[in-house]
Write a protein that binds this ligand. Structure first.
Ligand code: GUN
Length: 287
């Protein structure tokens, strides 16, 4: 059988960023420059890279970028005070507090202190509730990116059997809600699922978001299925170097799937593109 078609997430993301950049210029000409505030607490190296990339892409799209780097000892009360200030700042349309936060800070309390209208991560319980209830709101960036690619690749998703591996609030649960909204038959599988391989084999659409390197084998995939790999795992490679792999054993999956996202260059680039799309949406609503 022919190899799977590789879904080019970088090309999709570039397309979205071009649209967002054009609409940002229009909004700016009308007097509103969309602004995104990103808050990083502590020195987690991966978070520092993410935050730097977010700020750079924000500026490239013509938006205002506000960066706050707070030291790891920052109190929850000081962080909540900053969030309150950003909620009231008319130049800020989107607020993102980078996760994970240091252990002495209650993440849920901080995320729920962000104004739901500025919650461009879509993590506030109000936005989670809106998504679950089928109401308009801000949707988490990674699942939104997956959905946009799925619809562009497959068109109408209604009736498709979708299996989401992973039940996190950031990816698994919102992904399942989005697929349900598209009238898929949705299964959420997780670490306690009895026969993970068998559940996956039923999927026309398989979204893997568990953070376990190459968990999903080729034999778990239904021939011709569309596979979205959300995992970004750093593993030991040749010559003492590390390499990035997804939650799917890519070479094996390529032989069975109909379409598949690679790691890197698949779902990852869509996350920042959707963050800026959400910031534009928030700015338009607030304006
Ligand atoms: N840390 C890893 N991914 C994310 C994300 O999408 N949003 C936030 N706020 N933190 C993260």
């Amino acid at each position: 059988m022919a190899l799977a078609r590789i879904i080019d997430g970088r090309a999709f993301a570039a397309g979205i960023l071009a649209e967002v950049t054009a609409e940002t210029a229009e909004l700016a000409a009308a007097g509103v420059v969309p602004g995104l505030a990103v808050v990083l607490v502590g020195e987690d190296p991966a978070s520092q890279i993410y935050v730097r990339n977010k700020a750079r892409t924000t500026k490239e799209a013509g938006m205002a970028s506000f960066e706050y780097r707070l030291d790891a000892e920052t109190s929850e009360r000081d962080l909540l005070a900053l969030v309150a200030e950003l909620n009231d700042d008319p130049a800020v349309h989107g607020i993102l507090v980078q996760l994970p936060l240091p252990r002495h800070i209650d993440s849920a309390r901080v995320l729920d202190a962000i104004s739901p209208d500025k919650d461009v991560d879509g993590f506030h319980v109000i936005n989670a509730g809106r998504l679950a209830a089928g109401l308009p709101g801000l949707v988490p960036c990674t699942p939104l990116g997956c959905l946009l690619m799925l619809k562009a690749e497959l068109g109408d998703l209604s009736g498709a059997r979708a299996v989401v591996l992973g039940r996190s609030n950031i990816v698994g649960k919102p992904m399942a809600a989005l697929l349900l909204r598209e009238s898929c038959t949705v299964t959420i599988a997780h670490s306690r699922t009895r026969d993970l391989a068998e559940e996956c084999r039923r999927a026309d659409i398989l979204v893997a978001a568990v953070g376990q390197p190459e968990l999903v084998r080729g034999s778990w995939i239904k021939p011709g299925a569309t596979v979205m790999d959300v995992g970004i795992n750093r593993v030991a490679g040749e010559g003492g170097k590390t390499r990035l792999v997804g939650d799917v054993a890519f070479a094996e999956a390529l032989e069975v799937a109909g379409r598949i996202t690679p790691v890197p260059g698949g779902v990852g680039p869509m996350t920042i593109a959707c963050l800026l799309r959400n910031t534009l949406t928030a700015a338009k609503r607030i304006a």
